[in-house]
Design a protein around this ligand. Structure first.
Ligand code: AMP
Ligand code: ZN
Length: 664
């Protein structure tokens, strides 16, 4: 088999596995085997850029950066939908269209209305060539690079697809993935996202496609537009698109009357809560395309389609008590403890009240009968109070002024919606929260120690700070409740072993506000050791790539605190890594600082090594040539378009040897 054949065979195979897994929900290979094959393809493609394919499965991992999204005019406008809220609305609509069509037997296709971000995908010769957001319906932003990272979007179609067409759909973020993302954000001390829809649409506009690739987005399709598609009805369209490789939900029904449509609506109004993603209604479409053409469009929507909006499910229940939670960062969240009630398929006992303003605005009081709703947000919320049922002796809610855990007076700074407990180092949930973050998987990843044990250790007075973990002995922890000898030994060994964890993760573990995993890596790379970082001013910090003022100030504040400095000194004495390891430091210089390189073609050394060399010497590797590119390092078989672009923008083109010479 030639290299080219090998590359093509791998692409075909990986495409099929992607399709089985992401579209059919039916994996036929283990994740590990998949990764091995993907790596093999990546290596071959890297060694043979002449076989580049813009739709190779390797591009799913992302990495390309889009600085500015191009505006693209939609070849076919993306319309809105008219809304209806009752059977009467739908029956009126049915009458109107039957009159226009002069036909009293119009059929309808019912689909769910997925709640995400609309997208239009253009395919030519079975290849994805463009993905554009809806924008204002006439023109949107081109987000192709980001869309390619969504695994259920086919990059290459199969079957009898039309030569050129657009397909419309919705990018959604399933609940599961949304929850996971939020857990991570909370672990990083960041605010959780409010709802999946906004998170999905925000994802499409991220500049770094590698970040998009990490988000578990899905693309659900519902409409093909184009000339000569050979399609005659909406229902057939869904079946065809599915055959070509698109993810088209199977929840769709062909109905002969509005009565049948209402049965579909009634069923899904209840069962939609079991779906993995958010839906907010049903879209009813006239089935035959020739009917659709005859009906045409109003100024903003098709006459042949109608959205039926589900009502956000609402129940009433009694609010028994308002309690207050203290988070790891000291933020106070008021919580409504409710008389348990069934809502959207789950029993609800608690609802978030967000903050003091929210309570005041709705005048929510203990003992009130409240309206609880589950909308796009995952956590149920209180949307109002039934004043008629308010008890005689009801009292206006007085927001707490002291921390419920440590009784320190709360503070609320200008611009902050939340109150905070400022007793960072003396407030129990803040203390244990910091230690729990310190030991978590992406931080120190300490084997044999879990969140509950941290609370136990704290309660028993054995740890009040993460540095205390390193002073624990088996004898001290053995007497603890439910602590077997083996667990005690494991715990102490796990802690001891963590001194090998590399600097960037130690930095993340310290729990500096706004310093998540990625920021920690950036800081570690820029400053190389904790002492240099400690003495950096906010101004200096803000010059590091992607470090803004908010992070810079937080870092400076952290290192100005005596308790933190003492903890760090103790951690140093226990042998934790406070500088980049020798192999990471090897051959690092600042020679290329401030310069961006683009590398293209085949080189003597591997392309990864070349990129590493640029970064080790302080330079940046860019993915496409722009006027900001300092040099294009050209290897063998570099594409002619790159050369032309570099020449046009007057970006100097250098060889591998010239690059190496520049470093000596
Ligand atoms: P609206 O934004 O309320 O005018 O509703 C129109 C939007 O509904 C479209 O832009 C689509 O993004 C979205 N939508 C979700 N599911 C469907 C579906 N099955 N058929 C048509 N549009 C849908
Ligand atoms: Zn407190």
């Amino acid at each position: 088999m030639s290299v080219q054949e090998k590359i093509e065979a791998l692409r075909l195979e990986l495409r099929q596995h992607n399709h089985n897994y992401y579209v059919l929900d039916n994996a036929t290979i283990s994740d590990y085997e998949f990764d091995v094959k993907l790596k093999e393809l990546q290596d071959l493609e890297e060694q043979h850029p002449e076989f580049y394919d813009a739709n190779s499965p390797t591009l799913r991992v992302g990495g390309q950066i889009t600085k500015n999204f191009n505006t693209v005019v939609h070849e076919h406008r993306m319309y809105s939908l008219d809304n209806s809220y009752s059977q009467e609305d739908l029956m009126d609509w049915e009458k109107r269209i039957e009159k226009i069509l002069g036909d009293s037997n119009v059929e309808f296709t019912c689909e769910l209305k997925y709640d995400g971000a609309s997208i239009s995908l253009t395919y030519e010769e079975g290849q994805l060539v463009r993905a554009v957001t809806r924008g204002d319906g006439f023109q949107g932003d081109e987000v192709t690079t980001n869309i390619k990272t969504i695994k259920s979007v086919p990059l290459q179609l199969h079957g009898d697809f039309p030569a050129k067409f657009d397909i419309r759909g919705e990018i959604v973020l399933p609940f599961d993935g949304f929850h996971k993302m939020n857990e991570e954000r909370i672990a990083n001390g960041e605010d959780p996202y409010m709802n999946p829809r906004n998170t999905a649409s925000g994802s499409l506009k991220l500049q770094d496609s590698a970040l998009v690739a990490q988000r578990p987005l899905e693309c659900l399709l519902y409409g093909v537009v184009g000339e000569n598609t050979g399609i005659t009805s909406q229902f057939q369209m869904l079946e065809k698109a599915r055959e070509w490789g698109f993810k088209v939900p199977t929840v769709a029904k062909l109905c002969k009357s509005v009565a049948e449509v209402m049965a579909f609506v009634a069923h899904w109004d209840v069962h939609r809560h079991q779906l993995p993603y958010e839906t907010d209604g049903v879209v009813v479409k006239v089935n035959l395309l020739r009917h659709q053409e005859e009906l045409g469009y109003t100024a903003k929507s098709p006459r042949w389609a109608m959205a039926y909006k589900f009502k956000a499910e609402q129940v009433t229940t009694v609010l028994n008590e308002i309690t207050y939670q203290v988070g790891r960062t000291g933020a106070i969240t008021p919580v409504a403890n409710l008389e348990p009630v069934l809502l959207a398929g789950t029993t609800v006992k608690r609802a978030s009240l967000h903050n003091a303003d929210q309570i005041e605005k709705l005048d929510i009081r203990e003992g009130d009968t409240v309206f609880v709703e589950k909308g796009g947000e995952i956590i149920p919320k209180i949307v109002g109070v039934n004043r008629d049922l308010r008890p005689q002796d009801s009292e206006v809610t007085q927001y707490i002024t002291e921390c419920p855990e440590c009784h320190t007076p709360l503070v609320r700074s200008a611009g902050d919606a939340k109150h905070f407990c400022p007793n960072e180092y003396g407030c129990p949930p803040q203390i244990t929260g910091k230690i729990q973050h310190f030991i978590s998987r992406k931080a120190m990843d300490i084997d044999g120690l879990g969140s509950e044990t941290v609370e136990l250790l704290f309660k028993e007075g054995l740890v009040t700070n993460y540095a205390d973990l390193y002073a624990l002995s088996v004898e001290q922890i053995l007497p603890l409740e439910r602590m077997a000898e083996k667990s005690a030994v494991n715990l102490v060994q796990g802690v001891a072993k963590s001194v090998e964890v590399p600097f960037e993760r130690v930095l993340f573990a310290l729990g500096i506000r706004f310093v998540g995993e990625t920021v920690a890596k950036k800081l570690a790379k820029a400053y190389k050791n904790i002492d240099a970082l400690m003495y950096a001013s906010a101004l200096e910090l803000a010059t590091v790539d992607e470090i803004g003022e908010r992070i810079a100030t937080s870092v400076v504040d952290f290192f100005q605190n005596e308790t933190n400095l003492e903890s760090i000194n103790r951690l140093k004495s226990y042998g934790l890594q406070f500088e980049l390891s020798a192999d990471k430091l090897l051959n690092q210089t600042e020679k290329l600082k401030g310069q961006t390189f683009v590398v293209s073609g085949v080189f003597e050394m591997s392309r990864d090594d070349l990129k590493k060399m640029i970064e080790d010497n302080g330079g940046k590797v860019g993915s496409s040539i722009s006027s900001k590119t300092a040099f294009l390092v050209a290897g063998d078989k570099m594409g002619p378009s790159k050369r032309t672009k570099a020449e046009n923008l007057k970006v100097p083109i250098i060889t591998e040897q010239e690059f190496l010479d520049s470093l000596t």
